[in-house]
Design a protein around this ligand. Structure first.
Ligand code: CA
Length: 465
């Protein structure tokens, strides 16, 4: 009887829960920015504006918080058009976007943040500046798990090893994230620092672009060496192709329309500003010389991809990456020509060349107009270079999740530094894999102890060396 009563009491006792908390901006600690009242529609005693000075910021102390993930909401006005702002939560940086809001104040969800038990510090900082801040709110953000995705690849003739690799990837998806690293030197650096090998190894077919070979690049043996390495380490291969434009290389320094000097040597020929090649025009004229050059280049790459197929090595194949950014020529003329080129590469490699060892990996962003379509993409991904290496990247992940959850797995195909996967999981950010870029942007950016902690987290899948 006693225990039943106790159980009843426990059930009636409300569980400690995370709460919504709202603070007027004018009640924060204000630096290099002023409280104003001239625009109408604010709440409380005024608002803070307009963040024009470099170090403009408003800081808040949030008391009695229960640890967890929260939405950060801002009540704001952006009379001069859309703006980005920066924020810090307990010293960890992030940024958010404010759509234009001219003659009124309104709420926006500025992204997810992580709060600790007790008192937390939040500051809203300048970013692009020229916005008005009326109030902030933090509200609990429930983490919604990812849905399972179909196990079928878009290439109906995908080979056995390719299908097996995809199943292996999906086995860990939604729970864990595979680690990855581009370049041999950086991969060995990770092994030396952490004692494990990244699951994914990244390489680039850049020097097999015919317009680079014409200028003397000598990639001979690279494919063979990569195959050998993959066979030896048991890593998963991802291949990028910084496609040097088929023709029209500027190969000189010039002054652009804005009076800026642009260095455009032949080896920067994958950049929009280093070539006159017009992808839209080339695709519009299938009988023309430039169209033939597109095919020539795809065929040259097919020669390499066939070596992997012959060796039974499946590939996370990531061509035409970052098209929405427009800085590579294949994205310079908008989404329609990009998608046409993707479809051409897909048809040419799978049908004309009979390549069935490719898992089609698209690195774009949340703008659906740039998505080549469910029939042409196996893995949806994005490339990100966060300014704070602790960034959860929840905003970018959630934007992709809205569109592709339950359809395609979501990957961090290329990233600056090494992401903190354990932290990301608390935000519900579950990348299929990540692959860190090389050099100054790569793993050296992370302190040795931190690199080890990030790699050896139980949420991260590595290859034992
Ligand atoms: Ca206010």
């Amino acid at each position: 009887m006693k225990s039943l009563l106790l159980a009843g009491l426990l059930a009636l006792t409300p569980a400690a829960h995370a709460q919504t908390l709202r603070i007027e901006a004018e009640n924060g600690q204000i630096a290099n920015v002023a409280v104003q009242t001239q625009n109408s529609g604010f709440s409380g005693a005024g608002y803070v504006g307009n963040f024009s000075q470099d170090d403009a910021r408003v800081s808040f102390k949030l008391p009695n918080i229960k640890a967890g993930i929260y939405h950060l909401k801002l009540r704001y006005s952006a009379p001069y058009g859309e703006k980005n702002f920066d924020f810090k939560v307990n010293g960890i940086g992030g940024s958010g976007h404010l759509t234009a809001l001219k003659d009124s104040f309104g709420w926006t969800d500025a992204g997810k943040i992580e709060l600790q038990n007790g008192t937390n510090d939040i500051s809203i900082e300048r970013g692009w500046g020229y916005f008005l801040l009326d109030a902030i709110e933090v509200a609990p953000a429930p983490v919604v798990p990812l849905k399972p995705v179909p196990t079928r690849l878009v290439d109906a003739k995908a080979s056995l090893v390719t299908r097996a690799l995809y199943r292996r990837l999906l086995r860990d998806y939604r729970r864990k994230t595979l680690s990855g690293q581009f370049d041999i030197k950086d991969t060995e650096f990770v092994r030396q620092q952490t004692g494990v090998l990244p699951s994914v190894y990244g390489s680039d077919l850049i020097d097999y672009s015919p317009s680079r070979r014409e200028h003397g690049s000598k990639p001979e043996g690279q494919s063979e060496a990569t195959i050998q390495r993959i066979k030896k380490t048991g890593q998963i291969l991802t291949l990028t192709w910084h496609w040097n434009s088929p023709s029209g290389l500027i190969d000189a320094t010039y002054t652009n329309g804005e009076g800026k000097s642009i260095e455009a040597p032949w080896w920067r020929g994958f950049y929009t500003d280093a070539t006159r090649f017009d992808v839209q025009k080339a695709l519009a004229d299938p009988g023309g010389a430039n169209y033939k050059l597109l095919l020539r280049d795809i065929d040259a790459i097919a020669v390499e991809l066939k070596k992997y197929q012959a060796a039974n090595v499946p590939i996370l194949w990531r061509p035409l990456h970052e098209a929405p950014g427009g800085w590579f020529w294949w994205g310079a003329k908008g989404p329609e020509s990009f998608k046409s080129l993707w479809h051409l590469v897909f048809q040419r490699l799978t049908q004309t060349h009979g390549l069935h060892n490719l898992i089609w990996t698209w690195a774009g962003d949340a703008r659906a107009a740039w998505y080549p379509g469910d029939k042409y993409v196996d893995i949806v991904g994005t490339d990100l270079y966060p300014s704070d290496g602790r960034d959860s990247l929840a905003g970018q992940f959630d934007a992709l999740k809205v569109q592709y959850d339950g359809k395609k797995p979501i990957a961090l195909c290329e990233v600056g530094g090494v992401p903190d996967i354990a932290r990301m999981k608390r935000f519900g950010v579950n990348w299929l894999y990540f692959a860190s870029w090389t050099g100054d942007l790569g793993p050296q950016k992370v302190a040795p102890d931190e690199l080890k902690r990030r790699y050896l987290a139980p949420e991260v899948v590595n290859v034992k060396p």
